[in-house]
Design a protein around this ligand. Structure first.
Ligand code: HEC
Length: 118
């Protein structure tokens, strides 16, 4: 599990900020309520599918890795959201004491996704 340091409080990385980014970039496929469709995963069930614990590191890697085309759910690929990778970076600390910079927009999306888990 990753622990957000400080960044969690920033208005740029809040679930509300993530909700706005989600509305602009993700609704078309994952739906307004995040429940997806036939070939698109239900984003309110990420934790449930992962055995009950929200796999934050995997989600961050998925969002950060748009450009790498990693498909982890179906054989339909998510589009490349390279523009989300620009802008301010913020550091995220792992439980191993390592820290990695992530774009704030990705941290915000992750915070929003965590907030909608069933
Ligand atoms: C064109 C349709 C499309 C759009 C737009 C889209 N996605 Fe996806 N998404 C998919 C598909 C298809 C998958 C499953 C295949 C894969 O993993 O790439 C997926 C998978 C995911 C997963 C992995 C789910 C899991 O269980 O681990 C996450 C997280 C996710 N999307 C978040 C987002 C976010 C956040 C956005 C907006 C920035 C977004 N998606 C935009 C189609 C889309």
């Amino acid at each position: 599990m990753l622990v957000l340091s400080g960044a969690a409080c920033s208005p740029w990385t809040s679930p509300q900020a993530g909700r706005n980014i989600y509305a602009q970039n993700c609704v078309s496929c994952h739906g307004d309520d995040g429940r997806g469709g036939a070939q698109v995963p239900d984003l309110t069930g990420i934790a449930a599918r992962a055995g009950g614990t929200y796999p934050q590191r995997r989600v961050l890697d998925k969002l950060d890795g748009y450009a790498r085309g990693a498909v982890i759910y179906t054989d339909v690929e998510m589009p490349n959201f390279g523009d989300l990778l620009t802008g301010r970076l913020t550091r995220v600390q792992t439980d191993q004491g390592l820290s990695r910079p992530f774009p704030e927009q990705i941290i915000a999306l992750d915070a929003y996704l965590q907030s909608i888990q069933r």
